[in-house]
Design a protein around this ligand. Structure first.
Ligand SMILES: [Zn+2]
Length: 268
């Protein structure tokens, strides 16, 4: 469908939304969810939410879908040691997602893709989608908004999960005006693990899946193991960000969702 309607639901007039529903034979809504939480000294608090929105808006433009962003915050109790973090209770986030999906389905949108930009929301998003499926006749998909294609060996080596090279690169590729690199000039990694956890970080081990699970299970409250809020080790600090690679990763993610929606539209 040619781009003649807004992308974000709140930018439609009611009349235009009625027109959209009449003209689009198989409408898809992309519901985005992220977080408002510390992302190191240099990235915006809305990092995960902005990242999900950027992917969703680009996919929507190319597929004639509509983007619905029902809330800004997500489930972030592990970042509450840092000022600026807002954390919903799991129950709150679950209810917001179910109410959003049910509302969209009531108005005739039967294909709903929930794009999540924050790892801490993952299980709640899946659970909400599972429950919403029983409350509506909509088909509901859930996915991470963005994949950097990081291998398990890289994950264990760099633990680049939050505000390190990967997220900094994505932020600089998509919303550079919100990034303050001067705050991480000469940055030295602040993350540190006890020796027994540190010993698991061997990228050449043949049981990387087990090691990764144990390292991730060790991480409870961010401020207890990294004073800067950045989760990453040498080689993956904010200053190692590869912005060109992030642009490619973004395009790969967008193209994947465009293809997915293409297949989906053919299903009644
Ligand atoms: Zn993040």
């Amino acid at each position: 469908m040619a781009k003649e309607f807004p992308v974000m639901l709140q930018d439609f007039t009611q009349g235009a939304f009625e027109d959209y529903l009449r003209q689009e034979p198989s409408p898809v809504a992309i519901v985005t969810v992220g977080s408002v939480e510390q992302h190191g000294p240099h990235l915006p608090l809305g990092m995960d939410m902005f990242a999900a929105l950027e992917v969703a808006k680009e996919v929507a433009k190319r597929t004639g879908s509509v983007v619905v962003h029902p809330c800004w915050a997500g489930y972030s109790p592990h970042h509450m040691g840092f000022a600026g973090t807002i954390s919903f209770q799991a129950e709150t986030l679950k209810s917001i997602l179910i109410d959003t999906v049910v509302s969209l389905a009531t108005h005739g949108i039967k294909k709903i893709l929930i794009l999540n930009g924050h790892g801490g929301n993952a299980e709640i998003v899946s659970y909400a989608a599972r429950l919403a499926k029983r409350e509506t006749d909509a088909a509901i998909l859930t996915s991470n908004a963005w994949s950097s294609g990081t291998t398990m060996a890289e994950t264990i080596q760099y633990v680049d999960r939050h505000a390190g090279a990967k997220e900094t690169a994505l932020a600089r590729a998509l919303f550079d005006d919100l990034v303050q690199m001067e705050r991480v000039e000469g940055f030295e990694p602040t993350a540190s693990f006890p020796d027994a956890v540190e010993a698991l970080r061997d990228p050449n081990a043949d049981d990387l899946d087990l090691r990764t699970q144990l390292v991730m299970a060790y991480i409870r409250d961010t401020h207890t193991f990294t004073s800067s809020g950045v989760y990453s080790f040498a080689g993956a600090t904010p200053n190692d960000a590869d912005v060109e690679q992030a642009k490619e990763d973004f395009e790969t993610s967008v193209a994947r969702f465009v293809r997915l929606i293409g297949y989906w539209k053919a299903i009644d």
